[in-house]
Design a protein around this ligand. Sequence first.
Ligand SMILES: O=C(NO)N[C@@H](Cc1ccccc1)C(=O)O
Ligand SMILES: [Zn+2]
Length: 157
Amino acid sequence: DAPLEIAQLGNDILRRKAQSVERIDDPKIQSAIDNLIATARLKNGVGIAAPQVSRSYRLFIVASRPNERYPDAPEMEPTAMLNPGILSHGEERVKGWEGCLSVPGFRGLVPRYERIEVEYWDRQGRHNVRELSGFIARIFQHELDHLNGILFIDRAE
Ligand SMILES: O=C(NO)N[C@@H](Cc1ccccc1)C(=O)O
Ligand SMILES: [Zn+2]
């Protein structure tokens, strides 16, 4: 579970469309999940996506918890989300501050949907459909962008 090197802005892997995960029970996928959780914790991140540790898979971790940058972040168990997607969203967008472990030294005001209905497969291979809102919805959208080669600076206003 050694924390992994985080790709920085300018690294081409951050601009690629990541590949769908075919076999969730593949030991390579399961160890990537463990490494991502360890890396997010070490870097005090509230989320992290596989392309950021140079694994171009459609996989990220959402691990919201209060920290000095986001003191009112909700607490949740770090959750691996595989082959995620947004099924529907409300009209309302809200601007909020974001940063990125791959873009150190920058923060930006980014508009995100306030409420989204999402689907993803968890690390046990179960299909999940959930309604997300607020900061957790923001993290999901930030991480989903990473799987499509989009960074928050592309959206910051
Ligand atoms: O770079 C990442 N994830 O890709 N980590 C960001 C995630 C994030 C997302 C949305 C709002 C604030 C912060 C972090 O600072 O933990
Ligand atoms: Zn990021």
